[in-house]
Design a protein around this ligand. Sequence first.
Ligand SMILES: [Zn+2]
Length: 74
Amino acid sequence: MEPHEIVDLEPCPCCGGVGCVTEEGGWCLYIQCMDCGAHTAGLEFKNQEEKLDAARRAADVWNMRKVIAPGPGE
Ligand SMILES: [Zn+2]
């Protein structure tokens, strides 16, 4: 089971684009918009179970529209 298989993401709150579960360095993940780059805060995980839990929490944050909008030039 991978994180993107268990989350149900609303469209991007900034642009209506597609959100994607993004892993960073094998210890952190966040949801990021494929179009404008808006993203949630990163959530750390230590193992597969925590990774899935982090994905669910990141998806909740995303669906509450609590995203960090991309800065100019980013
Ligand atoms: Zn977007």
